[in-house]
Ligand binder design. Structure first.
Ligand SMILES: [Zn+2]
Length: 342
């Protein structure tokens, strides 16, 4: 028995020593597919999410970040930090006191804010099925009667009772939302546009895991060309639109952006800004889509400074979209292995 345990311990040590576990669970590997399916399609994922939430509450009893209200002409957007870097967003229409929440991965954190604000929650908008974004749906449904739960028709969002297609619009009180189908991170990922164009005010875009400040989500369920078409769709939205992503990844993303595009002054400026904010654990969002286009490398696959790194002189890929998809894959691969050294 002791001999068997020792052999097992040596094998585990060697696998870890040479980072073989990491390679075995790399996206695309068979073991990753098994683990990913267990996480997304069974209650295992929900259990792991609940365990992570409990663990992170011990580390960050007041949340991972200091957040602020953004109020524009009768609409409040209130970020809610949970886990180690997730944000849900409570959107409140002041006149009616009606609210919607985007991506309540942690029901308890969201419910606390609903009670503090004394608002009536009438809808959940889910960007995608991953438990860290949807894990609180069922619990909130049990706490709030007649709750509408929106999600992409192809994503199997827990508790979803309003399945959405690309371009579907709906009202929550006086708040007008449009859902845009943006696959690539998951097969049914949606982003939600809070449309305030009728009042000549900037829109807000809740981007889940497809677009972060300075970065882009991983391509778990689709090729780079699909992710590229989703990012291109987002870039059609007006530049003054406020961007509210699902995670606080700004410092990490912009350090990578600076490494890829060192001469880009917009990257340097924004990196300095977010590093200052994070010294005090302050939220870095929102940015605007116009800003993102200036420094986010994943939205800049048309730029020569990036394309030259992928295919110098554009010798091997003559098709422009194929070359941009190749650039996206290149950025993803490099981002995944990037580590910042002081
Ligand atoms: Zn996700």
């Amino acid at each position: 028995m002791i001999v068997q345990l020792s052999i097992f311990a040596i094998i585990v040590y060697l696998l870890r020593r040479f980072q073989i576990f990491k390679k075995m669970f790399k996206p695309g590997s068979p073991l990753f597919a098994v683990g990913y399916n267990l996480y997304t399609k069974t209650r295992v994922g929900n259990y792991l999410n609940s365990r992570d939430i409990a663990k992170n509450k011990l580390v960050f009893p007041d949340g991972h970040s200091v957040v602020e209200h953004t109020e524009v002409e009768g609409v409040i957007i209130l970020p809610i930090p949970y886990l180690k870097d997730n944000y849900a967003y409570l959107v409140i229409e002041k006149a009616s006191n009606i609210a919607a929440v985007i991506d309540p991965g942690d029901a308890e954190a969201v419910q606390r804010v609903i009670e503090q604000q004394n608002v009536q929650l009438t809808a959940i908008l889910t960007t995608h099925k991953h438990w860290d974004h949807s894990g609180g749906n069922q619990k909130l449904k049990s706490l709030h009667s007649n709750l509408a739960v929106y999600g992409g028709e192809r994503d199997g969002v827990p508790g979803c009772n309003h399945k959405l297609k690309d371009g579907d619009s709906f009202q929550i009180g006086g708040l007008k939302f449009t859902a845009l189908f943006t696959p690539g991170h998951t097969v049914g990922h949606m982003v939600y546009l809070l449309d305030r164009s009728d009042k000549n005010l900037p829109n807000s875009l809740f981007t889940g895991d497809i677009l972060f400040l300075g970065g882009n989500g991983r391509m778990f369920e689709g090729p780079p060309s699909l992710m590229l078409s989703s990012l291109d769709k987002i870039c059609q939205i007006p530049d003054d639109t406020l961007v509210w992503p699902g995670h606080e990844y700004a410092v990490d993303n912009l350090r990578f952006a600076h490494n890829i595009d060192p001469a880009n002054e917009d990257v340097t400026r924004k990196l300095n800004y977010v590093e200052e904010r994070r010294k005090e654990r302050r939220i870095t969002s929102p940015s605007t889509l116009g800003e993102e286009k200036s420094y986010n490398p994943f939205l800049r696959t048309s730029q020569d400074s990036i394309l030259q790194q992928v295919d110098p002189g554009h010798q091997t890929t003559s098709n422009r979209q194929a070359l941009r998809a190749k650039a996206l894959a290149y950025l993803r691969k490099n981002k995944d292995s990037f580590s910042y050294k002081l």
